[in-house]
Design a protein around this ligand. Structure first.
Ligand SMILES: Cc1cc2nc3c(=O)[nH]c(=O)nc-3n(C[C@H](O)[C@H](O)[C@H](O)COP(=O)(O)OP(=O)(O)OC[C@H]3O[C@@H](n4cnc5c(N)ncnc54)[C@H](O)[C@@H]3O)c2cc1C
Length: 310
């Protein structure tokens, strides 16, 4: 199928883009990487009257560290996160572990992190990480700029708190401190499919006990969610030696957190090849494994730090 007819503009500044989007006489869509939009237009599931191509707006490109946050401009492609040292600290590790799960290299070299927030697919890796880490979505519209907390941003599948006339200019993520270990594990049918479920975790350990836990669930509800009950179950827990072998004993705090996430936090939606019960089982297992990965990450980070000091 071919897209329906549309007008096309290429603004050179954010102000020009916002002006084009504010032309409320026409249904407009922003074109960033085009990796979701163009497909949807070809299938005529989306029929914009105006396409606003933001790829020639230099102020939207690049990422920078600002205080204790990473600011990711709206034109930064997924591929920018493939090397763990592209971003400092544990956040860089988390983003590099997650990004290889997004589609395949040609899509990652065009698609953008901000575009994933614009599209708001429940199976988006970036969106679940954003919710887990309390990211901020920066938008600019006819009434000026505003910041939306990721926890308030996602309203349902493909539905967000962004107004149609607003442009996402950047996504801001906390860098995470050196006492934080991170993990990301995804489960999907074939290599390039969207996740059936995936889990992002960031565990902060102070004086030997978990002082902060963040768990983001991908494709485990009608939107990306944070597993708050599971997080609460971990606070104050002492992390001892990790059991050998892939399976965590049922009584282990990470296994318990997995069950809590699956039963209390997740609201899985059935899909072909993954009914609700299957997804709950996958979430329980993946949460436990991802917490284990985060612990190993923290321990190797600390060991490397000790090595540096000797
Ligand atoms: C085969 C295939 C497999 C894929 N697998 C995955 C996967 O596993 N995980 C995953 O997360 N994604 C996956 N994707 C989607 C891909 O990651 C897209 O790149 C992403 O969803 C959207 O980014 P984009 O920059 O391409 O946005 P576009 O396609 O250009 O836009 C998508 C939507 O977001 C809006 N938008 C984009 N940027 C902005 C902005 N700055 N301000 C306001 N609105 C904006 C657009 O108007 C549009 O509605 C896959 C895509 C394909 C084709």
């Amino acid at each position: 199928m071919k897209p329906a007819t549309f007008d096309y503009v290429v603004p050179r500044t954010v102000a020009e883009a916002v002006e084009a989007l504010g032309d409320t006489g026409r249904k407009a869509q922003v074109l960033a990487g085009g990796q979701s939009l163009i497909l949807e237009m070809h299938l005529q599931r989306i029929r914009p009257e105006l396409v606003v191509d933001i790829n020639r707006i230099p102020e939207l490109d690049g990422m920078s560290v600002e205080g204790d946050e990473l600011r990711v401009g709206a034109l930064v492609r997924h591929a920018a996160f493939e090397e763990a040292d592209a971003v400092p600290g544990p956040l860089g590790t988390l983003l590099s572990r997650a990004v290889v799960n997004i589609a395949h290299p040609p899509i990652r070299s065009r698609g953008t992190m901000a575009g994933s927030f614009g599209w708001a697919h429940p199976a988006s890796e970036w969106c679940a990480i954003g919710v887990a880490l309390d990211a901020t979505v920066e938008v600019t519209g006819p009434d000026g700029a505003r910041a939306i907390a990721a926890g308030d941003y996602f309203l349902g599948p493909y539905r967000t708190a962004r107004r149609p006339q607003e442009l996402i200019t950047a996504v801001r993520l906390p860098l995470l401190g050196e006492n934080t270990g991170v993990g990301f594990i995804e489960h999907r049918r074939t290599h390039f499919c969207f996740a059936q479920v995936a889990v992002a975790a960031a565990l902060t350990v102070s004086d030997g006990v978990i002082s902060d836990a963040r768990i983001g669930l991908v494709n485990s509800a009608d939107r990306p969610i944070r597993a708050r009950a599971a997080e609460r179950s971990l606070l104050g827990t002492e992390i001892g030696p990790l059991p050998a072998g892939p399976r965590l004993p049922d009584g282990h705090p990470f296994a318990r957190a997995g069950r809590v996430a699956a039963q209390e936090d997740a609201e899985p939606v059935a899909e072909p090849y993954a009914d609700v019960e299957y997804k709950r089982q996958a979430i329980a297992v993946l949460v436990g494994r991802t917490l284990r990965q985060a612990t190993t990450d923290l321990r190797s980070r600390r060991a490397a730090h000790e090595g540096d000091r000797q």
